[in-house]
Design a protein around this ligand. Structure first.
Ligand SMILES: Nc1nc2c(ncn2[C@@H]2O[C@H](COP(=O)(O)OP(=O)(O)OP(=O)(O)O)[C@@H](O)[C@H]2O)c(=O)[nH]1
Ligand SMILES: [Mg+2]
Length: 372
């Protein structure tokens, strides 16, 4: 059977955050989530385009599982730090009968140190400027360890909001210039202690307050510079059963401040939360494009059908004579039947895609997703 393949233009996602904020963990977590949530149904999948990307992401995820199994969560700063930029490409595809639609999702992971000097990294700036999505992990413990004025100063230095602001402005400007759909997500990272592990239910609200204090200027500038942009706040738990028991600002060997943390493991099974809402934004974007493509194909085919219908009109004397002499359907009639079958397939394809998006539990979504 010959397959009709339709390739949609790629979706670009850029990640911007200081070193250690959780960019690579976030990407691996999203991969772990899509691996489980999709890819069960043969006709619909989101998969890394190449084997090496898959290995890198699996390795990161395996390390998390090993640490939980071993019962020890020592995060040595800088040990897993990303050394150079890397584009991870995933192919989203779905097919029904002879129709296949595919789209590449291209995510760039960078070393966090680059955000202070983006102009030396042209490939990153190029990717950022074409991105439809901008993901900004914000480290929850850093936001929260800010009781005294000295701690507030350290916390705000570590969040590097001045550099983030510059990059966000650049991104917003290029989206506005191209009048492109734009979606920016502030992703609260390392937030288990304040969400699933918090019995009081108060800590999530405090995180949001601290987030607002530090990021309100950036959020406002996105609204001002590009009112069409969607802005979300999405806490993502990349590990789950861990609770911060100690966090203290300390100086490292180079006399630089860092947040020293210690965790208690509450269970050995990893439990990701929030990634679903982050991905659903991407799928919603893809589904709009797929809908537009299928709509266009449908309109084109319906045009063709009109022409064929006229040609195979039973009142058409040529058709009548042909049918009478040959006892067969005319070519136009055969083609008309094919067009009709194709239109049914397109409709099925469209319905199928909608049914493949994960169901969203509104109650949980309230905890892990907010519009800003
Ligand atoms: N989920 C979670 N992860 C934590 C927590 N504390 C520390 N981590 C770890 O923090 C690290 C985050 O680092 P990365 O994802 O490598 O950060 P990055 O932004 O990619 O850093 P660079 O590559 O240096 O730019 C991971 O090893 C996490 O496992 C926590 O409370 N929760
Ligand atoms: Mg990294």
């Amino acid at each position: 059977m010959e397959i009709n393949e339709y390739k949609l233009p790629p979706i670009h996602i850029a990640m911007v955050a200081p070193s250690g904020a959780g960019k690579t963990s976030l990407l691996s977590t999203v991969y772990e989530y899509i691996k489980d949530a999709f890819n069960r149904d043969n006709s619909f999948s989101i998969k890394p385009c190449n084997q090496n990307d898959k290995l890198i992401l699996n390795k990161f995820n395996q390390e998390v599982k090993n640490k939980l199994m071993a019962g020890s969560l020592k995060f040595k700063s800088g040990l897993n730090a990303t050394q150079s930029s890397k584009k991870f490409e995933f192919e989203l595809s779905f097919e029904k009968n002879a129709q296949r639609v595919s789209q590449i999702i291209s995510v760039m992971d960078i070393p966090g140190g680059w955000i202070t000097d983006p102009d030396s990294h042209k490939d990153f700036v190029e990717h950022l400027k074409q991105s439809h999505f901008l993901w900004i992990p914000v480290e929850a413990p850093v936001l929260m360890k800010a009781r005294t004025s000295q701690e507030r100063g350290l916390s705000s230095d570590k969040l590097q909001t001045t550099f983030i602001q510059k990059l966000v402005d650049e991104w917003t400007k290029s989206c506005a210039e191209a009048d492109r759909p734009a979606n920016i997500c502030f992703i609260l990272s390392k937030c288990e202690t304040y969400f699933s592990q918090d019995k009081t239910g108060m800590e999530a609200g405090k995180c949001k307050e601290r987030f607002d204090e530090n990021f309100k200027t950036i959020v406002q500038s996105v609204h001002d510079n590009y009112p069409n942009a969607q802005i979300h706040y999405v806490p993502v738990e990349t590990i789950g059963p861990i609770k911060l028991i100690v966090s203290d600002w300390e100086k490292d060997v180079n006399d630089k401040w860092y947040l020293d943390t210690q965790y208690k493991i509450t269970n050995k099974d990893r439990k990701i939360a929030g990634a679903k809402y982050l991905m659903d934004g991407v799928l919603e974007f893809a589904s709009k494009q797929i809908d537009a493509l299928l709509g266009q194909l449908k309109d084109d085919k319906e045009q063709e059908r009109k022409v064929k219908e006229e040609e195979s009109d039973p009142r058409n004397p040529f058709k009548w004579i042909w049918n009478f002499v040959s006892g067969k359907m005319s070519d136009a009639e055969i083609e008309l039947k094919e067009i009709e079958a194709y239109l049914v397939e397109l409709e099925e394809l469209r319905n199928k895609f909608d049914s493949l998006r994960p169901t969203i539990d509104d109650k949980e979504k309230n905890d892990y997703f907010q519009n800003l």
